[in-house]
Design a protein around this ligand. Structure first.
Ligand SMILES: [Cu+2]
Length: 360
């Protein structure tokens, strides 16, 4: 790798992106281990009746879901479902994870900065259950499918709920004094969560099945994931399609394939050959930077290992901060005929893989 050929902002991007929407296999194994070994197999039996809007009926236990996915795991709803809940002081909420992509349930106090998802808040990670009154930040580690976490809210207040992995995955919990009526019951939240899940995972505007087929700069284009951010008054939710939309592409030797990330927040990689030890790290292989800022690799045999690094749009337009354009395009020129399988090193466990067929 020619370091001087890489964009100047790459180091900065790496730092920014490390806390962003991503994980790697070692993390997954860790998360699974946690899910199996540490998280209680079942939440304690719930002796309280289904919460209703009637005040003074004793502490209630509410339920919500973390994440959702399509049957083939290709569509990931990066969302709390529902993402806004009104409860009484003393009530608790149990979140259940429902996707193979990793998420956290995190409440930060007013002074703690958002931590890296591997590090967690100053007091470390909680498992099983925790209490949050706004004073001490709490967070689960990254968890997947089947895990649960219960938070007890002893005092009134309005609290923001976030996932440390996904920056556009937020929610709100409104903890009201017992004298205040609650607007909704559990049935309402169950229906609302199901509606939000369906809306996020369904393809309402039809754009996700369409790869982009116009050609620019003489390259054959592959769309590397598509995403959409939506919002409720409680926070934002994101759909990320973790797929190479045209997962098979056919070219001739000497031609170039260009991968484009169309997701506003989720990074992906284009990785041929051996995965580098640090898949969140810089590009690996014979890579240069094109005049328009895209990274460009040359592959001449299956023995070549090429890793794009994270291909993603940078965070956008926050006052007081400065954001580079970011690297959303990756090109590879294939000099020899052959079959070249590749993966997204972040999402291959969700099925994000493709193949380039190069004819003479
Ligand atoms: Cu990916």
């Amino acid at each position: 790798m020619n370091k001087s050929a890489l964009p100047e902002n790459l180091g900065r991007n790496r730092k920014l992106l490390f806390s962003r929407s991503t994980w790697f296999p070692a993390l997954l194994r860790w998360a699974l281990l946690l899910a199996v070994l540490i998280v209680p197999r079942a939440v304690r039996a719930d002796p309280t009746p289904t919460p209703t809007a009637t005040p003074n009926s004793g502490p209630a236990q509410w339920h919500a879901t973390v994440g959702a996915q399509s049957g083939d795991k290709g569509r990931q709803a990066l969302a709390f479902l529902p993402n806004e809940i009104w409860i009484h002081a003393g009530d608790s909420i149990t979140w259940r994870w429902d996707a193979d992509d990793v998420h956290t349930v995190t409440f930060l106090n007013d002074s703690d900065k958002r931590p890296d998802f591997l590090v967690g808040p100053p007091n470390g990670f909680s498992t099983g259950s925790a209490s949050f009154d706004g004073s001490t930040s709490i967070s689960t580690p990254i968890l997947v499918n089947g895990a649960t976490f219960t938070v007890i809210f002893p005092t009134a207040g309005n609290f923001k709920l976030v996932c440390l992995v996904h920056e556009r995955m937020t929610g709100a919990v409104h903890v009201l004094d017992l004298s205040q009526p609650l607007p909704h019951d559990q049935d309402f939240y169950d229906r609302q969560g199901a509606d939000q899940r369906r809306d996020l995972l369904s393809d309402r505007d039809g754009r996700f099945d369409q790869g982009e087929h116009h050609h620019s700069i003489d390259a054959h284009l592959v769309t590397v994931g598509v995403g959409e951010i939506s919002a409720t008054a409680g926070g934002s939710q994101t759909l990320s399609v973790v797929r190479f939309i045209d997962d098979k592409i056919y070219i001739h030797a000497g031609q170039t394939v260009e991968w484009n990330n169309h997701d506003p927040v989720t990074p992906h990689t284009v990785t041929f050959g051996t995965e580098p030890p640090n898949i969140l790290g810089p590009p690996v292989g014979k890579i240069t930077t094109d005049a328009d800022g895209a990274l460009h690799a040359i592959i001449s045999s299956n023995a070549d290992s090429v890793h794009s690094g994270l291909i993603v749009a940078p965070p956008q337009e926050l006052i007081g901060q400065n954001f580079p354009l970011g690297v959303t395009r990756f090109r590879v020129t294939f000099t020899q005929a052959g079959t070249f399988p590749y993966i997204c090193a972040l999402h291959d466990n969700l099925g994000m893989k493709g193949t380039v067929f190069v004819f003479p």
